[in-house]
Design a protein around this ligand. Structure first.
Ligand code: ADQ
Length: 491
């Protein structure tokens, strides 16, 4: 319950991964930013999570996911997808169109109307699942780009709840967004939500600019909150705001304290460690980072034997050929660099391709001298925040891509870099490795003091408060000074 309302989270996947066996399914928690952020909220407030099981229709799976919740504060409402839906809605529209397009990588997009048709059908399917479980007064909170059409289809089903949407990934500028053949349909559907949240002011500005560019007649009005606007498109009104997502800060800080003095991971080799922790994805800039580390070893031969890179990759989207190719590319690079630079007793890159538990990840964070969080583009990036929260010793340097949403909040403490600039990235690793402890402490304190007060619970409370205040109908909108905005007006 959030406020007085039951929380209903809707996202593409449930937060569990199911490994099917003949007579029994094994379930384990999924890894990824959305799950990391929402689980602490559901743990605390209870509620219901509507999402795909990752499987076809199955009674056995339905029973397993319900068993999983038996000791939890929340329940699951499973959605099942068949092979065609998985291929065209998930692999196709979501992962081959929206994901690359919204990260600015248009050349990777495979536009197809078959994908679009499947996307609309699956959004309907999710709406049917929500309609089945929705009760009056629920706080229905839809998450991410897989489900941008949901409010429209819920309205068609007659649902009258206020509906909230949070967009976890970047929102592109009009020059990129306009290449989407279904640009108007997507924007019109989004405008059926009452509250729409973005990670950064830049994403929110891009969304408004896309509305102005693609939907003539859109009106925008400022509110008394700096980062919030009220938008009108036809008879639809939405409050559009910036809500940078965060982490359960104390959970990372406390595990860190329990582990003080525990020297695992990198300390084994006695070298200084540059750490990367990423989901397998081409947006995370892993090959670019490896290249920069190689450049550092070339440029500063005296660091050989002194510095190690630990790169952890959690498997993701493994059934998609592009992701399998990326894995191969990373593993080939790791092996080439290790082949070229290893000396007896020292290997330059320690590479792990698997998921770790929270305490294990925290040990890696604590043992690192430098965290290299260098995505080519990222909605937020929670690894950057988790690293800072784990550093109860106030040591360690965050090297952060200027294209991660987290850069907005952490720019005073992190060393910001352009991940495409190999030489600059190598030089930044060098600066980070040489940084005095006093400067490390001051920078870490600046980041921690922000994160301590801007944790994931605050994020959810702010969203909920705005959802509660949002207007249901146009008659509730106060007499505002809506600006008949031409494309190019800045908000
Ligand atoms: P992701 O792209 O999944 O999230 P991110 O925010 O970095 O990216 O979250 C990754 C999560 O996975 C972290 O919580 C991390 O601890 C976990 N993780 C990574 N490697 C792991 C491993 N080997 N074992 C276990 N856990 C691992 C999307 C957007 C982001 C946005 C989030 C939340 O792409 O930009 O920050 O949603 O909105």
């Amino acid at each position: 319950v959030i406020g007085q309302r039951r929380l209903v989270v809707v996202s593409n996947r449930l937060p569990v991964t199911i490994e099917a066996a003949e007579d029994q399914n094994r379930l384990r928690p999924s890894c990824g930013g959305l799950v990391s952020a929402l689980i602490p909220i559901l743990d605390r407030s209870g509620g219901c999570w509507v999402g795909w099981t990752g499987t076809d229709q199955s009674d056995l799976v339905a029973a397993s996911v319900s068993d999983w919740c038996a000791e939890k504060n929340y329940s699951f409402a499973p959605v099942f997808l068949n092979a065609a839906e998985r291929s065209d809605y998930y692999h196709g529209f979501s992962n081959e169109i929206i994901w690359p397009l919204f990260h600015g990588l248009t050349s990777r997009c495979q536009f197809s109307s078959r994908y679009w048709n499947a996307y609309t059908r699956v959004n309907e399917k999710f709406s049917a699942a929500v309609s089945r479980i929705a009760k009056a007064g629920d706080f229905i909170w839809v998450h991410d780009y897989h489900l941008m059409l949901m409010a429209q289809s819920l309205r068609r089903r007659g649902l009258r709840h206020r509906l909230a949407y949070f967009h976890h990934i970047p929102f592109p500028c009009p020059d990129i967004f306009e290449t989407l053949p279904w640009r108007k349909e997507v924007l019109r559907a989004l405008m059926h939500f009452n509250v729409i949240g973005f990670q950064t002011a830049r994403d929110r500005r891009n969304f408004i600019a896309c509305l102005q560019h693609c939907l003539p007649g859109v009106r925008v009005s400022r509110t008394n909150q700096e980062d919030h606007l009220l938008v009108r498109a036809g008879s639809d009104y939405a409050s559009v705001g910036t809500y940078p997502i965060s982490i359960d800060y104390e959970a990372f800080a406390q595990v860190g304290l329990e582990n003080t003095g525990d020297s695992t991971a990198s300390d084994l080799s006695g070298t200084r460690v540059v750490l990367g922790v990423d989901r397998l994805d081409y947006t995370k800039g892993i090959p670019e980072r490896l290249m920069a580390f190689q450049e550092l070893l070339k440029r500063r031969p005296e660091l050989r034997g002194q510095v190690t890179m630990t790169q952890i990759v959690v498997p993701s989207r493994e059934t998609i050929p592009e992701y399998r190719q990326l894995r191969l590319c990373i593993e080939t690079m790791v092996s080439k660099i290790n082949g070229e630079f290893s000396i007896p007793g020292w290997i330059p890159i320690h590479y792990y391709y698997r998921a770790f538990s929270r305490p294990e990840l925290i040990r890696f964070y604590r043992a690192a001298h430098v965290a290299a969080v260098t995505p080519l583009r990222d909605g937020m990036n929670l690894v950057a925040k988790e690293f800072c929260a784990s550093r109860v010793d106030k040591r360690g340097v965050l090297v952060l891509s200027e294209f991660a949403g987290a850069a907005d909040e952490l720019k005073d403490g992190a060393l910001l870099v352009n991940p495409h600039d190999t030489e600059a990235l190598a030089a930044t690793f060098d600066v980070a490795l040489q940084m005095e402890e006093s400067e490390q402490g001051a920078r870490m304190e600046a980041m921690q003091s922000h994160l301590r007060t801007h944790d994931v619970f605050r994020w959810s409370e702010l969203f909920h408060a705005d959802h509660s205040n949002a207007s249901d109908t146009s008659s509730e909108i106060p007499n505002r000074n809506f600006e008949a905005t031409a494309a190019g007006s800045h908000f």
